[in-house]
Design a binder for this molecule. Structure first.
Ligand code: 4AD
Length: 506
C-alpha cells in the first residue's frame, strides 16, 4: 500500500491512497481535501471536470476525520506545503465521521488530555511521535554500532534502586510485596558482568507526587552499563551518545521540526564540546559568585527578563492594534475571521511571555539564595544552563544527595563520581549516571545508611565478591530527550498515553 511520504516518486502516475480527512475547503466546482495517512499530508483536488457531479458532492460531504480512499494523479507543486498534490479522479468513503471534538481553535489542555486518543491525530502530536520514533531508532543504532548488547531488567522488583520515596508498590501473590522498577540499573550491572557492555531500554515507574512539566509516573529509560569504565569514560560515552541522537533527528526530521516550529539553534550547536563543571563550581555559578567564560548566570537571567518584558510589551501593542482594526469595522467576514484568529494566537503568546516574566525573577531569587549541598531544582538548572548553548555536565556530587551505589572519591570521600547532563534552553536534567562503588564494605555501609533492607541487596553485593571490576553507566530519560528535541512545553505530549500524578485515563 502506497504511503503519502512516498508519492513524490510517483509523479505523473495515478495512485490510490487511504487515509483520513484533516481538513476541507470547497468552492462551487471544486473541493480541496487535505488527506493524512499517518506518513504525511497531501492536498487532494476534486474538480467537477475530473470527477463529475456525484463524486464532487461526496467530497463536499466529507467531514473532518472521515476515512476515505482517494485515487488521483500525483502532481509536483512547490506552492504546496509538502511539495505535492493529488488531482483526484476517484473517492471511496469508508466512513463519514461524526462531528469531531477537536478543531483548529485553541482547546484547554484538560480537554485535550481527556481526548488524548483523538488528539494524537493532530499535526503537532504526529510530529512529536515521529521524532520519538527516530530517537528510539537512533538509540539502538548508536549502541549496536558500538559493541553493546541490548538486554532487559525485570519490571517487578523486590528492592528499590533510587530511594524509597517514589516506589509504586503492588501485591506479589499472597505473601510478598513487589515494586514497579524505578530503574533497571542494578540488574544491568549484573548483566554487564556477563556480557561486558550492555544497555536496557524499558519502562520505569516513579510515584512522583509533583505536577511539574517534566515528571511522568511511567517513563522510558535507556540504561547502558559498562564493565571496566570509569567516570571519565562514562562522560565521554554520554556526550557521544547524545550528539548522535540529536544529529540523527536533525538529519531525518526536518518536516516534523518545521511543524513544531522548533528553533534549530540547538541542532546547530550540538557538535561543540559539552562543558564539564564540578557540582561545587556549579553552585558558585548559580549563586552568581563565579563566572564562566566571563559570563555571570544571574546577569544572564536578568538580560533574559528584560527581553521577555520588551517582547510582552510589543505583543500587547500588536493585540491592541489588531483589536482596533476589528472595532473600526468595514472589513469582510473573511478578514474578521483572520483578525480574530490572529488576536487569539497573539493572546496565547502574550500569556506565555507573561508567565515567563513572573518566573524569571523567581529563578533569580531561588538561585541567589541556593544553599550549597542541596540538589538542584528547576530554577538552579535554568540559571546554570543559561550560560551555555550545548548540554552541560555537572559531576562530583555531594554523597548525601546521591544514590547509595555511587563511587566515592578516595581523596574526597564526601563526594561521589556521579554526573548529570543538563539540556540547554532550560529543559533540565536528561541524564543521570555514575561510576559504581566497588568496595564491598562501603556499599554495605551505604545500604545501612540509606535504611535499605540488606537481604534484598545480597545478590547485588555478590557482584563485588566475585570478580568485581570498575564499572559505570547512566540512565537517559527518553521522554525528557523527546521533550527537549521537540521543544514541547510539557512532557505529557512526548508519549502517546502519559501517566502522571492525577492522570490514568485514557
Ligand atoms: O537520575 P536518575 O534517577 O538515574 C537513575 O535512575 C540511575 N539508576 C540511572 C543509571 O545510572 N543507570 O534517572 C535517570 C534519568 C533522569 O536524568 C531523567 O532524565 C529521567 O531519568 N527521569 C524522569 N523522566 C521523566 N519522569 C520522571 N519522573 C523522571 N525521573 C527521572
Amino acid at each position: 500500500m502506497l504511503q503519502i511520504q512516498d508519492i513524490a516518486k510517483q509523479e505523473g502516475q495515478t495512485v490510490t491512497l487511504n487515509g483520513w480527512v484533516e481538513s476541507k475547503r470547497t468552492g462551487g466546482k471544486v473541493a480541496f481535501v487535505t488527506l493524512r495517512d499517518g506518513s504525511g499530508f497531501v492536498e487532494c483536488i476534486f474538480s467537477l471536470e475530473s470527477v463529475g457531479e456525484e463524486t464532487l458532492e461526496n467530497a463536499k460531504r466529507l467531514t473532518q476525520e472521515s476515512s476515505v480512499q482517494i485515487t488521483g494523479k500525483v502532481v509536483l507543486n512547490e506552492k504546496q506545503e509538502f511539495g505535492t498534490e493529488i488531482h483526484a479522479t476517484g473517492l471511496k468513503i469508508y466512513q463519514i465521521a461524526a462531528e469531531y471534538p477537536i478543531s483548529r481553535k485553541e482547546h484547554g489542555v484538560d480537554f485535550l488530555m481527556n481526548n488524548r486518543h483523538l488528539w494524537l491525530r493532530s499535526r503537532r502530536q504526529w510530529a512529536v511521535l515521529r521524532i520519538r520514533n527516530r530517537v528510539k531508532f537512533a538509540i539502538h543504532q548508536f549502541f549496536q554500532e558500538n559493541g553493546f548488547v541490548q538486554t532487559d531488567a525485570p519490571l517487578l522488583t523486590g528492592n528499590a534502586c533510587e530511594g524509597t520515596t517514589t516506589l509504586f508498590e503492588t501485591e506479589y501473590y499472597e505473601k510478598d510485596v513487589a515494586y514497579l522498577s524505578q530503574s533497571g540499573q542494578l540488574y544491568a550491572e549484573a548483566i554487564a558482568m556477563a556480557l561486558g557492555k550492555v544497555y536496557t531500554f524499558g519502562p520505569t515507574f516513579r510515584a512522583e507526587r509533583s505536577s511539574t512539566p517534566r515528571h511522568l509516573s511511567e517513563f522510558w529509560m535507556i540504561e547502558p552499563e559498562m564493565a571496566f569504565y570509569d567516570l571519565e569514560m562514562d562522560m565521554e560515552l554520554i556526550e557521544a551518545f547524545v550528539k548522535y541522537i540529536v544529529n540523527a533527528v536533525y538529519a531525518d526530521c526536518k518536516t516534523e521540526l518545521a511543524i513544531l516550529e522548533r528553533d534549530t539553534i540547538l541542532f546547530e550547536n550540538i557538535n561543540k564540546p559539552f562543558p564539564r563543571i564540578t557540582y561545587s563550581d556549579a553552585v558558585k555559578i548559580i549563586q552568581g559568585k563565579m563566572t564562566w567564560n566571563g559570563r555571570n548566570a544571574i546577569d544572564t537571567l536578568r538580560t533574559q527578563l528584560a527581553k521577555v518584558e520588551a517582547d510582552l510589551q510589543a505583543k500587547n501593542a500588536e493585540i491592541a492594534e489588531t483589536e482596533n482594526l476589528l472595532e473600526k469595522g468595514g472589513i469582510s467576514k473573511g478578514q474578521v475571521n483572520y483578525f480574530q484568529n490572529k488576536i487569539d494566537r497573539l493572546k496565547v503568546e502574550a500569556r506565555k511571555l507573561e508567565d515567563k516574566s513572573k518566573e524569571i525573577p523567581e529563578w533569580i531569587e531561588a538561585s541567589l539564595s541556593f544553599p550549597d549541598g542541596e540538589d538542584f531544582g528547576s530554577p538552579q538548572e535554568k540559571a546554570l544552563t543559561s550560560l551555555f548553548d550545548t548540554p552541560v555536565m555537572v559531576y562530583k556530587w555531594p554523597r548525601a544527595i546521591k544514590a547509595f551505589y555511587m563511587k566515592r572519591y578516595k581523596d574526597d570521600p564526601e563526594f561521589v563520581k556521579g554526573v548529570d547532563l543538563l539540556a540547554p534552553e532550560g529543559f533540565g536534567e536528561i541524564v543521570g549516571g555514575s561510576e559504581r562503588e566497588t568496595d564491598l564494605q562501603i556499599l554495605v555501609d551505604a545500604i545501612n545508611h540509606h535504611n535499605l533492607p540488606m537481604e534484598a541487596f545480597e545478590w547485588y553485593l555478590d557482584l563485588r565478591r566475585f570478580g568485581s571490576v570498575p564499572h559505570a553507566g547512566f540512565g537517559l530519560g527518553f521522554e525528557r530527550v523527546v521533550m527537549w528535541l521537540t521543544g514541547v512545553s510539557h512532557i505529557r505530549e512526548t508519549i502517546p498515553f502519559p501517566r502522571y500524578y492525577g492522570r490514568l485515563f485514557p
